[in-house]
Design a protein around this ligand. Sequence first.
Ligand SMILES: NC(=O)c1ccc[n+]([C@@H]2O[C@H](COP(=O)([O-])OP(=O)(O)OC[C@H]3O[C@@H](n4cnc5c(N)ncnc54)[C@H](O)[C@@H]3O)[C@@H](O)[C@H]2O)c1
Length: 428
Amino acid sequence: MFKIRIWWSILPDFKVRDMSLADMGENLIEWASRHMPVLNQIAKRFRNEKPLKGLRVGACLHVTKETAVLIKTLMDGGAEVALCGSNPLSTQDEVAAALAKIGVKVYAWRGETTEEYYWCINRVIDFQPRVTLDDGADLVTTIHISRKEALENVLGGTEETTTGVIRLKAMAEKGALKYPIIAVNNAYTKYLFDNRYGTGQSTIDGILRATNILLAGKTVVVCGYGWCGRGIAMRARGMGANVIVVEVNPIRVLEAVMDGFQVMPISRAAEVGDLFITATGNINVIRKEHMLKMKDGAILANSGHFNVEISLPDLKSISESKRNIRPNLDEYTIKNGKRIYLLADGRLVNLAAAEGHPSEVMDMSFSNQALCVEYLAKNPVMKPNVYDVPREIDESVARLKLRAMNIEIDEMTEEQKKYIAGWEAGTV
Ligand SMILES: NC(=O)c1ccc[n+]([C@@H]2O[C@H](COP(=O)([O-])OP(=O)(O)OC[C@H]3O[C@@H](n4cnc5c(N)ncnc54)[C@H](O)[C@@H]3O)[C@@H](O)[C@H]2O)c1
């Protein structure tokens, strides 16, 4: 108790659930760090070079053990950090406490109301960040809509996820974006691994922790065959499920078909699915008319960024009653007598019902984040726009990851480099 009171009194600038969880949080962070060799190498360099000395970083990210390793890396580089969650249900309270203990201004706890969620974002803005780190663009949009005075301090920012990049590009196109953002999501070493293998595995993990159902033999409907949907479909099939894909983009539909999946509209898939997983970044993908067709016992889960993919208002409007069965699993009894089960309130199931992506993939995503913060600090005159991660950063993350995995790769010979760069040589 004594220890807790001391931490609260010397570090008043944070709000977390329970500081007595800090020791447990430290163990989790240490465990994540063991599996994040690339970020550790960057941290080592940052400790020597201090490239972020005195830089105030405001971060709105899922407060997980992997995020903690990123935050500590930025602090190793000399940054001061304020952090809030990027989803009301994704904060790991142990991790938030451990970060508060080492001086991070953390405003995050699991189960925030919408009002509390934005209160936390506003505390990060009060910190007057020079660089913003966002996951879904709620921090950037709040600054632009209701805290414009903070804009004058901001040098630039980064964005972690597809939905955030889409929102920010829309802002840039309309001339509303007032500072440069690097779209970390669009680095190859991010989306090819994080969105596909990270979301693929952790979505299944969240669903199993919430339900403990057997996937073998189930009909699993995956809505969206983007990078996340591909990973989810691949992993569900790997566990013996019959996977149906629902898509709106004809090229991705073709890809799903040739990857060996059945494809059909959601109106037909609704009748046959046992488990529905959305990962589209779009709104109202599963609506009332689909829910009414579903089998008794159908399970709904979302892995897209916002909790709008499964229409919760529609589900409520057709339900007679709702009861909680176990953590992250609610039963809705529909007026037609059937029961539908919703996981984690329709929020991203891998973070709300499990722990988010495994550390090994976040190693690459967050190495891009750390190097992009350094890039912004060293290139302070970029115009407001959404930028790709510089290719050198993307490739260096891949090389460092391969080295950490003890995998050697080939180099082109001088002759091959010349051949690839030339046009004269043809059929021989
Ligand atoms: N759960 C996580 O940890 C996690 C990780 C990364 C990304 N995300 C989020 O997941 C979502 C998808 O990301 P992504 O990288 O796969 O995006 P993506 O753009 O690669 O894929 C989305 C796919 O959904 C399809 N789609 C759009 N509307 C649809 C509809 N009504 N019905 C069926 N399909 C539809 C699109 O055509 C596209 O192919 C985003 O919200 C992203 O921010 C979540």
